[in-house]
Design a protein around this ligand. Structure first.
Ligand code: NAD
Ligand code: DAU
Length: 346
């Protein structure tokens, strides 16, 4: 493995992965292939922009000719696919792009890898494909898939296609299924950066429903390290869960954020819930740990470090939160927040 095409490498986790791999492997080349949707941002890659082993290609993973050209041009031997539409709320209001990118786009990458005889494809997937799990239970890699949102269903489809390419064509494929990531460069539509940036600005935090839903908020660098381990040691055709194996309620996550940012609990607003909101995810991570990987950070550390990063990097998120973001924010939260303030009568 020397030349890795990182599809979606200008997004949150992909950009962290590119920097991680360039620093760790002095002889690897990392080719970011990214459409630069609203979530793609070259600011995420500024620290490596002068690095000769980093390359950028603007392109859609659904464009077979462009994908093949990038693979050939850079003599790519490995694909890691982060490219996706990733926000559950957007998948509820407009699922179309989710199907296009997460299902069809994944197929295009697999087909390019098959036609060009690549060494490996790692499909980056999510714990959401298992659906929500009751207290006391945790998902293992062999569990049936039971996705409940259009986002989760599109990711489950990508996983199934990847496994079908392994079984049918012998394509060397691995799949990593990650829990919620937190850390630098996460687009502030996701709960942790949304709440952190709102809190910094003394704005309300719109908490869906009772806020007692549970998530495993893992540090993005730990997730990147796990993908690296799977790329080098993962068995073809296998799936690996990635997370801390712990989970906390959203209200507990908010308490940690507010403490780190020195803001009061009075900023919390309970608003109308997300339709079909998954109550709890929990991953069993024994399989990836058996490869020698361990998370470095606890949930409390990961959330605190993330809060501090947003506090110290306003240059990154203030640009994003102006412009189109405001249109999205009003559509997603305007009425919810007015309702929570008692301004909208049923
Ligand atoms: P993100 O939304 O921050 O970034 C997605 C990137 O993909 C962007 O750079 C975007 O421009 C690019 N992209 C979107 N459609 C594309 C297309 N058609 N062609 C090429 N590029 C395209 O996402 P993220 O949070 O970094 O997630 C990355 C991957 O990890 C996704 O596959 C997601 O399902 C998975 N995942 C995310 C989390 C999480 O907590 N964020 C957890 C587990 C798994
Ligand atoms: O679990 C992995 C998944 O984590 C990834 O596959 C997804 O790409 C990623 O977006 C994330 O999905 P979630 O739906 O868990 O993340 P989100 O940040 O949107 O929400 C986290 C929790 O916070 C969830 O219970 C919903 C809640 N929430 C979210 C938002 C945006 C709120 O209460 N208010 C909000 O405004």
């Amino acid at each position: 493995m020397k030349n890795i095409l990182v599809a979606g490498g200008a997004g949150f986790i992909g950009s962290n992965f590119v920097v991680y791999m360039l620093n760790k492997y002095p002889n690897y080349h990392l080719v970011v292939y990214d459409k630069l949707t609203y979530a793609g941002n070259l600011d995420n890659l500024l620290e490596v922009s002068d690095e000769p082993r980093y390359h950028f290609v603007k392109g859609d993973i659904g464009d077979a000719a462009a994908v093949e050209a990038a693979v050939r041009d850079y003599n790519v031997d490995t694909i890691v696919n982060f490219a996706a539409e990733t926000h559950v709320d957007r998948s509820i209001t407009n699922p179309d792009a989710f199907i296009q990118t997460n299902v069809y786009g994944t197929y295009v990458l697999l087909e390019a890898a098959r036609r060009l005889g690549l060494e490996r494809v790692n499909q980056v997937s999510t714990d959401e494909v298992y659906g929500h799990v009751p207290h006391g239970a945790s998902s293992v890699e062999t569990d049936p898939l039971a996705p409940r949102s259009p986002y989760a269903a599109s990711k489950a489809s990508g996983d199934l296609m990847a496994l079908a390419f392994y079984t049918t064509y012998g394509l060397p494929v691995t799949i990593t299924r990650g829990a919620n990531n937190v850390g630098p460069y996460q687009y502030p539509e996701k709960a942790v950066p949304l709440f952190a940036t709102n809190a910094i600005d003394h704005q309300p935090l719109p908490v869906y429903g009772d806020g007692r839903q549970m998530r495993d908020y893992q540090w993005v660098g730990d997730h990147c390290a796990a993908i690296d381990v799977v790329l080098h040691q993962g068995k073809m055709g296998e799936v690996y869960n990635v997370g801390t194996g712990q989970a906390m309620e959203n209200l507990a996550m908010i308490e940690i954020l507010l403490k780190a940012l020195e803001r009061p609990a009075s900023l919390v607003r309970h608003v109308k819930d997300r339709p079909g909101h998954d109550r709890r995810y929990s991953l069993n991570v024994d399989k990836i740990k058996a490869l020698g990987w361990e998370p470095r950070y606890t949930l409390v550390e990961a959330i605190t470090m993330t809060a501090h990063w947003y506090r110290d990097n306003e240059w990154w998120w203030r640009k994003i939160k102006s412009g189109d973001y405001q249109v999205y924010y009003q559509a997603q939260y305007g009425e919810r927040l007015r309702e929570a303030a008692g301004e909208v009568m049923e």
